[in-house]
Structure formats: structure tokens, C-alpha cells
Design a protein around this ligand. Structure first.
Ligand code: HEC
Ligand code: HEC
Length: 330
């Protein structure tokens, strides 16, 4: 009996030490050896213009890298300062987008082009910690990466100190043991033809506009993909940023019975994408997407027609504050 008690005592102490380790140090784990992409920002006005289009349009950096209260301005097409501070309330903590203006103390003014490129390509923060998987840009073409960074470099400095992320204990466990940098699945191309082919549509839907990241079910604790591509079902629990509304993404696959876009022609799709939000606090960046050019919208539509149809009924996408949502499947 004594032996057992001693064993349990030692076990409890070890467990306590381990919890303390996670609580104070473990979650600040860094990753070394992640390469810095070899590229440089450009002063070419055409490159900067492409970057600006991506930042305020399809890549919707503007949607996340400004305060929540600025969302109506982003929707309206104003060039809000990208000074960060959007708070995402999740089951594992509260996470804040960073200030990406060129302010040297509180923004990215002191980061090199390569450090910014590494953040986008591999989801690694400048201090080598893994970034949470909010950004899907791992396979951006080199050209678009350069365009985005070139435009970011033109942003006037705005002083705005964004507090670091808050992880609860579960979040710290995830950060210590599960969260890793995100690696591109295949070698990013230098340049991709901007035509209306499904190939370009796939590039846009996966690596630029993140349609894939929201319209595919994921484990919201780790960000891991757990659903069929584009079959919907990702749940956004009620949170301050949605003013208490809950959302579930619809199925965008061309399933004749359960696909949200069944019967939509290309013209109907384009009109819907251009007409902006129906649900005031939907997490979908409707404003930036409404400014996507015809070419990009056509390519996305044509790509979505090629995705394997999946039967997955999403009965309802928006839930009023207090309204019960279905159990998340994860
Ligand atoms: C869906 C929201 C979202 C979008 C879209 C988004 N970001 Fe972010 N970004 C974040 C969040 C949240 C963080 C901080 C994550 C963390 O701390 O783990 C971040 C971090 C960063 C960082 C890391 C800075 C550092 O300290 O190392 C850079 C750079 C960045 N974003 C640039 C961009 C650019 C450029 C775009 C558009 C091409 C973009 N982001 C689009 C949410 C977003
Ligand atoms: C940040 C998450 C997010 C991203 C990114 C996103 N969506 Fe959505 N989408 C949603 C949610 C949530 C809804 C349901 C609420 C609503 O209609 O706004 C939705 C609804 C839709 C609808 C149905 C609209 C209707 O009238 O019923 C279409 C079509 C759609 N998204 C297409 C896209 C396409 C195309 C992209 C990429 C260009 C995309 N979404 C990117 C979250 C997202």
C-alpha cells in the first residue's frame, strides 16, 4: 500500500511538472530549419497593383488584418489600415491577427521580405513559432507572393500594438503537441496563367481565396481537414465576431440534391458573388469577393463544377443567437 501511495505521489508530481511545463514553456515551441523563400519585393507599379487586388480582393488579407469594427468598411471597399487586432474566439483560445503595416515597432516594418514570405508559405511566425492555420497561402505562386509583399511594403506605418494570442490549457496542449508549420503539398509554381480554366480556379479556391478551407469540414481545435472537399459542414460557433450568430458552411459540390449551387449557371454564380452578404455577420468575406474580377469568378465556378459531387445535406447555414446548432461532426 505504501509503495502504491509513493508511486501515485511521484506520478502526480511528474504530471504536475508536465502541466506546468506546457503552461509556461512548451506552447512557445519554435521550429528551426524552415527555409526562407528566396524572393524580393518589387517597385514595379504593375506588380504592386496585382498585390493590392489580391490583398483587398480574393486573398482578403484586409478582412482579417483589421479590427472587427472595421468589417463594414472592408465590405464597402474602403482601404482600411491593415493594422491587425481582429480577435478570433475559438474553443482553444483567443487569437489576434497581426499589424502588417510598415510600422517598425508594432508592424512588419522590421521584418525582411523573406520573413513575411516564410509566414505565408509555411505558416511560421517571425520568431519561429508555428502560426495558427488561418492562412491558406502555402502554394501561392512566386509571382503572387512577390506581388502581395510588394504591396504590403507600400502600406503607411500605423502604430498599433496587438497583444499576443491567448491560449487556454487545451490550446496550449494543441500548440505544444499538434500545431506545426504548414507545408506546401507540391512545389509552388513561379507563375500561373490567369485564365478561366478549372486549373486556375482551383488555385484561387484553394490557395488564394480559401473557399476550400471554409467549405470543407475541419476539426476546429486543430484546423485539420476531416470532411470531403467542398462538401460544407464547417461550423462557426456563436462568438463576439459574429455577434452571437452561428454559421455552418453550405455544400458547394455539384451534387444534384444537396449542393447549394445546384442549377446555378455561371451567370447566377457571378451575380451571387457580386451581390454581397445576406447574413450580416457571416464569416465569409463577401465584400472582398464581390470585387473579384470576372475572370477569377468564372475560373472558380468552372473548377467547382469539376469537384466530385458529395451528398451532404446542410439544412440551415445561419443560427440566431441562442438558437441550438446541430452537434459539430468532428
Ligand atoms: C482568415 C484570416 C486571415 C487572412 C485572410 C490573412 N491573415 Fe494573416 N494572419 C491572421 C492571423 C490570425 C495571424 C496570427 C496567427 C497567429 O498568431 O498564430 C496572421 C499572421 C500573419 C503574419 C505573421 C506576422 C508575424 O508576426 O510573423 C503575416 C505576415 C500575415 N498574417 C500576412 C497576411 C497577408 C499578406 C494576408 C493576405 C495575403 C493575410 N495575412 C491574410 C489571419 C489572417
Ligand atoms: C471564412 C469562411 C468562408 C470562406 C473563405 C468562403 N466561404 Fe462561402 N460561405 C461561408 C459561410 C459561413 C456561408 C453561409 C453563410 C452565408 O451565406 O454567408 C457561405 C456561403 C456561401 C455560398 C452560398 C450563398 C447563398 O446565397 O446561399 C456560396 C455560393 C459560397 N459561400 C461560395 C464561396 C466561394 C466561391 C468562396 C471562395 C471564393 C467562399 N465561399 C469562401 C464561409 C466561407
Amino acid at each position: 500500500m505504501k509503495k502504491l501511495l509513493r508511486f501515485l505521489g511521484v506520478f502526480a508530481i511528474l504530471l504536475g511538472c508536465f502541466a506546468l511545463y506546457i503552461q509556461f514553456f512548451g506552447y512557445k515551441k519554435t521550429f528551426s530549419g524552415i527555409p526562407y523563400p528566396d524572393l524580393k519585393a518589387s517597385n514595379d507599379p504593375a506588380v504592386i497593383a496585382r498585390g493590392k487586388y489580391l490583398v483587398y480582393g480574393p486573398a482578403h488579407c484586409a478582412n482579417c488584418h483589421t479590427a472587427i469594427k472595421n468589417q463594414p468598411l472592408v465590405d464597402a471597399g474602403q482601404e482600411v489600415a491593415l493594422s491587425g487586432g481582429f480577435e478570433f474566439t475559438t474553443p482553444v483560445g483567443v487569437f489576434r491577427s497581426r499589424n502588417i503595416t510598415s510600422d517598425k515597432e508594432t508592424g512588419v516594418g522590421n521584418l525582411s521580405d523573406k520573413e513575411i514570405a516564410r509566414a505565408l508559405r509555411y505558416n511560421v511566425r517571425h520568431d519561429n513559432q508555428a502560426l495558427l492555420p488561418f492562412m491558406p497561402f502555402q502554394e501561392l505562386s512566386e509571382e503572387d507572393m512577390i506581388a502581395i509583399i510588394s504591396y504590403i511594403r507600400t502600406l503607411a506605418p500605423v502604430k498599433n500594438e496587438v497583444p499576443d494570442n491567448y491560449f487556454n490549457f487545451l490550446g496550449k496542449i494543441v500548440k505544444t503537441f499538434i500545431l506545426k508549420p504548414s507545408m506546401p503539398q507540391s512545389k509552388p509554381v513561379y507563375s500561373i496563367a490567369r485564365d478561366t480554366t478549372p486549373e486556375y480556379g482551383k488555385y484561387m479556391a484553394h490557395y488564394v481565396a480559401n473557399c476550400y478551407g471554409c467549405h470543407t469540414n475541419r476539426d476546429m481545435k486543430t484546423g485539420a481537414f476531416i470532411g470531403e472537399p467542398f462538401a460544407g459542414g464547417l461550423q462557426f460557433e456563436p462568438s463576439p465576431e459574429t455577434q452571437g450568430y452561428g454559421f455552418i458552411t453550405p455544400n458547394l459540390t455539384p451534387d444534384p440534391e444537396t449542393g447549394r449551387m445546384q442549377g446555378w449557371t455561371e451567370a447566377v454564380f457571378m451575380k451571387r458573388m457580386r451581390s454581397g452578404r445576406v447574413h450580416k455577420t457571416s464569416p465569409m468575406p463577401w465584400g472582398p469577393f464581390s470585387r473579384m474580377d470576372d475572370n477569377d469568378l468564372k475560373a472558380i465556378y468552372r473548377y467547382l463544377q469539376t469537384v466530385p459531387p458529395v451528398k451532404h445535406e446542410i439544412v440551415k447555414v445561419a443560427y440566431a443567437p441562442g438558437e441550438a446548432m446541430p452537434e459539430a461532426v468532428n
